[in-house]
Design a protein around this ligand. Structure first.
Ligand code: SAM
Length: 154
């Protein structure tokens, strides 16, 4: 049986060029099966815990001043070799870069999450759509808030 859907196109993956990512933490959500995850996170979704690893915990300094944060994560269970995808199992196909599918050469997911609280090395957030255990790549404050609302204490 084929491992791709009708009309999809895959390519053999080239040798990776080394981007040397650091996974800075892990995301804990209620979902352990991809089919149970929301397609896109909603800010009225369940509270989830974003665990930050050492030595990156002190890099959270000042984050509590923001209502929203962008999270970037590595969709580690995704295949990476499809250039044309058939998300609806129909005649319609789309290029990978015309989709927000987790299937992409570099499977980075992003959400704008509601920051509920900061509890030591953990951020409590709403708005996620990934499996529990998904590796965290980066955190950025909301791009509309160019500077923190409150100055971080020295
Ligand atoms: N919000 C992100 C974005 O737009 O970049 C991700 C959207 S993607 C459509 C979300 C889907 O990815 C989920 O519904 C689930 O099917 C799948 N998914 C979640 N966690 C994953 C993981 N760790 N590895 C592979 N697929 C995952």
């Amino acid at each position: 049986m084929s491992d791709i859907r009708p009309h999809e196109i895959k390519f053999p993956l080239p040798e990776p060029e080394d981007a040397s990512l650091y996974f800075i933490g892990r995301i804990h959500t209620p979902w352990t099966d991809r089919k149970d995850c929301p397609r896109q996170g909603r800010q009225d979704g369940p509270e989830c815990r974003v665990e930050i690893f050492e030595p990156w915990v002190q890099a959270l300094k000042g984050i509590e001043a923001y209502d929203e944060v962008e999270l970037l994560y590595w969709l580690d269970k995704s295949r990476r070799d499809l250039v044309i995808q058939n998300p609806g199992h129909s005649e319609d196909t789309f290029g990978t870069f015309a989709l927000r599918s987790p299937v992409r050469p570099n499977p980075i997911g992003t959400v704008k999450a509601k920051l509920v609280s900061v509890e030591g090395p953990n951020l409590i957030v709403r708005g996620l759509d990934c499996l529990s255990g998904t590796p965290l790549v980066d955190i950025k404050p909301d791009r509309c808030q160019f500077s923190p609302k409150a100055s971080p204490k020295p």
